[in-house]
Design a protein around this ligand. Sequence first.
Ligand SMILES: *Cc1c(COP(=O)(O)O)cnc(C)c1O
Length: 401
Amino acid sequence: MSANYFKKYPSKDGFYKEYGGAFLPPALEAEMKKINDAYFAISKSHSFISELRSIRKHYQGRPTPVYYCNRLSEKYGGRIYLKREDLNHSGAHKLNHCMGEALLAKYLGKKKLIAETGAGQHGVALATAAAYFGLECEIHMGEVDIAKEHPNVVRMEILGAKVVPVSHGLKTLKEAVDSAFEAYVKDPINSIYCIGSVVGPHPFPMMVRDFQKVVGDEARAQFLEMTGELPDSVVACVGGGSNAMGIFSGFMNDEEVDLYGVEPGGRSMNLGDHAATMAKGTPGLIHGFKCYLLQDEKGDPSPVYSVASGLDYPGVGPEHSMLKDIKRANYVVANDKEAIDAFFELSRLEGIIPALESSHAVAFATKLAQEQPQKSILVNLSGRGDKDIDFVMENYGKDYV
Ligand SMILES: *Cc1c(COP(=O)(O)O)cnc(C)c1O
């Protein structure tokens, strides 16, 4: 990997080899170009960088620690370390890019942040950022998800956000995206659309990666300080791919470090039962960009499923799609059962309850540790599991407790 990787990707038009881009109606295309130009002008300025650094330190509690898992390593072999994004303010990595996007909105003089949310995690992180900056926040959410994810709806409302119910189609994430985009297009002067992962049209995958890169930069320095060397492997779960892109970015130029993205294998590898986009998808278009995609014969995104609702997206970030093709990163699968096992394992051996999303990464790490007991593994623990405890106990409790 050449040292100028980040100068090369994405290209000026937002391409990572054949993936990415911005496939949009002309009106939106113009808006994206404005955001892109503003991003380059503002985000490299001294005042933007200093303010974001200060927010990360004093508000988010960064740097988050890197922690060596003594008992987990003893049981599975290898040396397993966690980058503790579960200790980032609001309990997951998502706030890293939400604070960046909201700071950009402030510099642009915007008054309102607009986004969709599926399970509600992105909505809560963005509502947090909006409260911090004193911006309005409008979160579009399918009615099915509103009923399912009640605690996150309440959190958003407490934080002062307006939750807009979406009642057409399947009433879930896809319709919420359409609805949020519609609201944004109606008022692009006062509002800005804030995406929840390294997906969507250019420049979003690049912006979100850049804001998440802090995870990898911190982790690399911390790991070196703790051990005197780099980890042999870096592991992260992949939904859209933001937490994985964040930690991978810190090690992109270290070719000796193996990168593993872990996708959800769900309840089976039949179409509709999983969200393993890299394992089973083919290149296609979704939400204005090109990536590996789980699609039906007509090229429409197919239904997806995972026990971790933050991972069930039929597409994936364009940069991951490229990293798979050029073989810089490996993409593997952990299923529901393995994730639930890992959820309890990390809770009981280390006293850390992981998010079900992050549990997929832990599950693969324990497998890798058994195969390569002499090696070190750094896992991005993307979030804490408090949001999942009721669901896990209701559905799986009797097998474990
Ligand atoms: C949303 C979420 C994910 C998946 O999103 P990525 O963009 O793939 O990182 C993973 N972990 C947690 C805790 C999440 O909330």
